[in-house]
Design a protein around this ligand. Structure first.
Ligand code: ZN
Length: 158
């Protein structure tokens, strides 16, 4: 567990300083904004899908704490090249993981580097920072044009 914690610190710092897929995507066919009022994190997410339904390109921008930024950065890396059902499955597993719900070892392995976020369940106030980018992704997927916030009942998976 301490190895995972070191890796977590390292990845959070790395992605905060040097976020991947940061910026706007002018030709995006999916877009949403997310806001976490508890921390003040704001994220704008753009992505587009190709003719095969794969997430072809995905970018985010906004301002927020290290955790929200690192989570968004790592999420975009994980989702790029995935189909929508694959992306949705990752969302479900990630969400269960940060909430501390039971997930199998196999599911955790499937998350790859995102599994470092499993330690966050010990810090309930930061769970929403980590899950904000994912909720924003879901909103973009569902073409939800109003800004989603983590204030509502977003913590229930549906
Ligand atoms: Zn935050």
């Amino acid at each position: 567990m301490s190895d995972l914690r070191d890796l977590y610190q390292e990845l959070i710092l790395d992605h905060q300083k040097n976020p991947r897929n940061f910026g706007e995507l002018p030709d995006a066919n999916h877009h949403a904004n997310g806001f976490n009022p508890l921390c003040g994190d704001k994220i704008s997410l753009d992505f587009n899908t190709d003719e095969n339904g794969l997430i072809h390109d995905i970018r985010f921008h906004g301002s927020g704490c290290a955790i929200s930024k690192a989570s968004a950065s790592m999420m975009t890396m994980a989702l790029k090249g995935k189909t929508i059902p694959e992306a949705d499955a990752l969302f479900q597993v990630f969400h269960h993981l940060v909430l501390g719900n039971l997930v199998t070892e196999e599911q955790i392995e499937h998350l790859g580097r995102l599994k470092v976020f499993q330690g966050i369940r010990d810090y309930p106030s930061r769970v929403k920072c980590a899950s904000l980018p994912w909720h924003t992704f879901k909103a973009a997927l569902n073409h939800n044009s109003k800004t989603i916030t983590t204030d509502s009942d977003n913590d229930s998976v549906n």
